[in-house]
Design a protein around this ligand. Structure first.
Ligand SMILES: *Cc1c(COP(=O)(O)O)cnc(C)c1O
Length: 353
């Protein structure tokens, strides 16, 4: 294992950073100077490397293209007012990519490969973590099958990589209305819904496009009988009914979001009553009809908390009121304050790079 901890580094000749106008970029279109990768072959992880960010060369028969062995993570680095760089609960992302990899018959990524790669890459590209609240560097670790040959079996060769892209805010304000799915499903028991398998996203695009055509930005995914509410788009989802906050338990269909569990902890610390239990469509629609549905919001690393402004179900639509003291605003501010090292990190969530 000691071998994998030494990273072979090739630095870029001239940083691309100076030439970039960060105010004017679309999320995920510009990448930082370097990328990290580590190949798995001959039954073991090889020497990790950092090189200038560049295209990959893969055989057209590489199995990722044919059988979809691919999984990813999403995390962020934040800069505080002292110019120190912080990451938020990175071990959770490492554990989760191992969980996803295992379910897709891919090798688990050794912890030191993940953590050392992350840390070294962020140290090298730290100027890409733009200071200022709301700015961050989005980090995308991912693993995929590189072995050539279209026989339908798990590959014997893989690549684990980390790339980074500067962000301001993922969903730039605006209304986010959601449609409760009464036909399509994103996950089933025994399936891969709880993983960040690339294919989960592919399967969501078409139903989401159809919802877009009806004026909704995202879908609230339901269980196979369409009775229980599970996730909003690619975020976990919370419902505030009266003063209670309710979210579904994570299981084989629901992704165990880092933001979700951090929000639960912060809400409980604030004395908010949090119920982690199944949430039925009937309960939420009833609450909407009687004006007891105060808030619905999604949680995820990219956007932290996305307040939902309206919910559609079959032919009906329910607009949600704009609240003065929304839980979503308060909890988002608290979480951001911890992530940007402005508030005391009582939970021990952040790590300095
Ligand atoms: C990544 C993801 C989330 C959010 O997870 P975080 O760890 O909070 O970023 C929620 N649901 C799905 C389906 C996801 O892929």
């Amino acid at each position: 294992m000691t071998m994998t901890t030494d990273i072979k580094i090739t630095k870029i000749n001239q940083s691309k950073f100076e030439g970039i106008n960060l105010d004017n970029i679309t999320f995920g279109t510009v990448y930082s100077d370097h990328m990290f990768f580590c190949d798995f072959k001959d039954g073991k992880w090889q020497q990790p490397e950092i090189t200038p960010y560049q295209p990959l060369q893969l055989d057209p028969s590489a199995r990722v293209f044919h059988y979809g062995q691919a999984a990813f993570e999403g995390m962020k680095a934040y800069k505080d007012t002292n110019n120190d760089v912080w990451v938020f609960r990175p071990e959770e992302n490492w554990k989760r990519i191992c969980f996803s990899a295992k379910r897709l018959a891919m090798p688990e990524v050794p912890k030191e490969v993940f953590m050392n790669g992350l840390k070294t890459l962020l140290q090298m590209d730290s100027q890409w973590v733009v200071p200022g609240k709301g700015n961050s560097l989005y980090i995308r670790p991912f693993i995929f099958a590189t072995q050539a040959g279209v026989s339908a079996a798990p590959a014997t060769e893989y690549k684990f990589m980390i790339i980074c892209t500067p962000v301001q805010a993922y969903y730039k304000g605006g209304d986010v209305k959601v449609k409760i799915s009464d036909h399509y499903s994103r996950a089933a028991n025994g399936g891969v819904g709880a993983t960040k398998a690339a294919g989960n996203y592919a399967a969501q695009f078409y139903p989401t496009q159809k919802a877009n055509e009806e004026g909704y930005q995202q879908i609230i995914w339901t269980n196979s009988t369409h009775e229980y509410l599970e996730e909003a788009g690619t975020m976990n989802v919370f419902f505030r009914i009266g003063d209670k906050l309710i979210t579904a338990p994570t299981d084989e269909r629901i992704l165990n979001g880092v933001t979700r569990k951090s929000i639960i902890a912060l809400a409980e610390k604030e004395g908010i009553q949090v119920e982690v239990r199944k949430v039925s469509v009937t309960e939420v629609i009833e609450a909407a009809k009687t004006s007891n549905l105060k808030e619905v919001f999604g949680t995820g690393t990219a956007a932290v908390i996305v307040p939902i402004t309206g919910v559609g179900y079959k032919d009906d639509h329910y607009d949600l009121p704009k609240l003065e003291n929304a839980y979503s605003t308060m909890l988002k501010e608290q979480l951001l304050a911890i992530q940007y090292n402005e508030a005391e990190d009582i939970f021990g969530w952040t790590q300095k790079i």
